[in-house]
Design a protein around this ligand. Structure first.
Ligand code: FNR
Ligand code: LAC
Length: 388
């Protein structure tokens, strides 16, 4: 294995070249996610890398999620008379600098000593929304204190012991988290063979301070798979969306919806938004890629709730396609972990700035001045790929 550099950000290859400027404008921020992942792997070691990068079963959907965005093409307008592009938008009324949101990913203490606190500072620096995982290694209070004015939502798993979920919601509500993101795609754990084979577990120097109870012990013994098995409510129904909505005044976002009918059931039960997600290919490996099911969910929801999407969103054109298909925002998971591991808060901010610069470029090339200008007329199925 290569030695870990003292300053992991390297300047000798494309992934880490500083932005070069021409007059007032930045020409290129040359960031390669492949290089970032490669460097992150060396920084965090093989156990954390297996946990972060792995998918369920034979991992067929990992690549499937990424590739499915290329089954859509952007069909650009020219002569659009655009001098400047604005990325600003809102999610459930919260203003954000761009439609790129930091997905909730667990156990960020494995990536960086400051864990979720660093991610929050990086997101706040650029005005992006952060969704904090229930399985964070930093207390949600510390994350709030690190960026008090920033937009943040709390991800929730409903536990068998509901009192513990209620306590978590109360803590989140009183620390400025403005929505609850209820993840519904983990009634049991997906088969995480990469984690299992390497013996993924929570190291002794980390805790899960937001779930309390026995979660930390479960995670020490058997990692995420043990936490799900021992702690999570396995029999969720739409009534649980109403239950969670009743615990606080915060809106509930249902994450992990993969079908139009489930999206409608979620909205009927009180969801303010849904996230089309297969948990980054970590639960059911034979599920469809999210890029292939987004449009049918958007159509079924018919404007009654906001729709977001994640899974394999890597490049700015992927984000533009998602918005053109009707998503209001996209969440990015693994890229934010690689940025955290290699650069802490600055790494996360740098990644988000890269998305912003490339979103501006892509939207300008498509003839779209604002996110509201992105509509279905701008996407076509790539020849050879049937309409989903
Ligand atoms: C996740 N994800 C996740 N989701 C969630 O609701 N709660 C969680 O605690 C976690 N934890 C988690 C850990 C790791 C290491 C990964 C990679 C993912 C899923 C996450 O929110 C998101 O749905 C996917 O990561 C999106 O896919 P990409 O962007 O990673 O391809
Ligand atoms: C995971 C959990 C924590 O995917 O959601 O590992």
């Amino acid at each position: 294995m290569r030695p870990v550099p003292a300053h992991p950000a390297r300047t000798d290859k494309p992934g880490h070249n500083p932005a070069r400027r021409s007059g007032a404008a930045t020409l290129v921020t040359d960031l390669s996610l492949e290089d970032l992942e490669h460097d992150a792997r060396h920084v965090i070691g093989e156990m954390a890398y297996a946990y972060y990068s792995g998918g369920a079963e034979d991992e067929r959907l990992l690549q499937g999620n990424v590739e499915a965005w290329s089954h859509w093409q952007l069909h650009p307008h020219v002569l659009a008379g655009i001098a400047e592009v604005s990325l600003a938008t809102t999610v459930l009324g919260t203003p954000v600098s761009s439609p790129v949101v930091i997905a909730p990913t667990a156990i960020q203490g494995l990536a960086h000593a400051e864990g979720e606190v660093a991610t929050a500072r990086g997101a706040a620096e650029v005005g992006a929304l952060l969704i904090l995982s229930s399985l964070a290694t930093c207390p949600l209070e510390d994350v709030a204190a690190a960026a008090p004015d920033a937009a943040r939502w709390m991800q929730i798993y409903i536990l068998r012991e509901r009192m513990r979920t209620e306590e978590l919601v109360e803590r989140a509500a009183s620390h400025g988290y403005r929505a609850l993101v209820l993840t519904v795609d983990a009634p049991v754990s997906g088969l995480r063979l990469r984690e299992w084979r390497i013996g993924m577990h929570l190291p002794d120097d980390l805790v899960l301070p937001n779930l309390a109870g026995d979660s930390t012990e479960s995670a020490r013994e058997g990692g995420f798979m043990a936490v799900v098995t021992n702690e999570f409510e396995p029999a969720l129904t739409p009534d649980d969306i109403g239950w969670l909505a009743g615990v606080s005044a915060l809106p509930v976002v249902v994450k992990g919806v993969q079908r139009a009918d489930d999206a409608v059931r979620s909205v009927d039960a009180g969801a303010a938004a849904v996230v089309v997600s297969n948990h980054g290919a970590r639960q059911l490996a034979d599920a469809p890629a999210t890029a292939d099911i987004l449009a049918e969910v958007v159509d079924a929801v018919a404007g009654r709730a906001e729709v977001y999407v994640d899974g394999g969103v890597r490049r700015a054109p992927d984000v533009v396609k998602a918005l053109a298909l009707g998503a209001r925002a996209t969440l990015v998971g693994r890229p934010s972990l690689w940025a955290l591991a290699t650069g802490g808060a600055d790494g996360v901010a740098g990644l988000l700035r890269w998305y912003e610069a490339e979103l501006r470029r892509t939207m300008h090339l498509c003839g779209a001045a604002t996110v509201d200008d992105l509509d279905r007329s701008l996407v076509r199925r790539t020849p050879g790929w049937a309409q989903p």
